[in-house]
Design a protein around this ligand. Sequence first.
Ligand code: PLV
Length: 322
Amino acid sequence: MEKHFHLNTPLLESISMSKRVGTAVYLKMENAQPSGSFKIRGIGHFCQKLARQSAGLVCSSAGNAGMATAYVASKMGVAATIVVPSSSSQLVVQRLQDQGATVKTVGKVWDDANAEALRLAETEGLTYIPPFDHPLLWEGHAGMIAEVAASLGAGVKPGAVVVSVGGGGLLCGVVQGLKDVGWTDVPVIAMETVGADCFNAAVKAGRVVTLDDITSEAKCLGAKTVCEKAFEHSRSGDLTIISELVTDRQVLQAMETFLDEERVLVEMACGAALAAVYGGLIGRLQHGGQLPAVLGPLLVVVCGGSMIDTKQLAALKHKLQA
Ligand code: PLV
């Protein structure tokens, strides 16, 4: 049997969120994973399948895919090189180095860093770890839904699932997980921030498009192009995906409320999903008929992330409230 690098994370019922939404809200606490986010699921699975004989791993990342890669590499006893864009904070660079990785900063956004990671894989003979666009990642992420099904027990099914979307790997994993457990009638609410909205742009355009730039502070959602598979899911109709946007300010507010009420600090990429609850989006979708008026339990994937501490939170506040 495959050795897992990830944990079976807690599924917590949030009293305060349930009160706001008017139905039970369950939080899948992926922030509790080693490496700080859900990314360890897919990347751990990918590495077990494809990197066992590796001479070293190289990953392009805004931060969290890199954290997962560095963690797996240290467990496997191989070297990890993480290529991050200049938009990734010094905090994340330090955390990657503390995890034993070599960090290279290249370009302005993730897409630039990715070109360098692909080049290094080619020239140095390293195993390239994709942060979101690979079937093995989706297969790994899908396991979180199986865990939710086991935690909720037979006969209980979510009314909807809320996830954040960067390059679309988490979304693809959640869709696959829902299919695996037979929950294909559960809609997925795919959250992005204005300025890091490649999935929403693709849905609106009717084709995959590339954003000119990433202007949101949610840098870990900052892929300029969503993966093809995520777009296909939005079109196929075998599962409903509702694409929604929130502003950076709404996300910041959500992060602060989550910290106050649940006593957990998360980064912007994760705050985008929480903002769906705190910003009243669920109610608006119910009013608009996109979600049923009587909604089953809401499942929120608390995807986690390492790009935050109290200093960074204060800096974000300063910047966004200016
Ligand atoms: N972050 C990726 C891709 O960035 C990275 O390099 O770490 N929540 C958190 C905390 C994340 O770090 C990410 C992705 C997401 C959500 C979105 O996941 P995705 O990319 O699979 O849609 C560009």
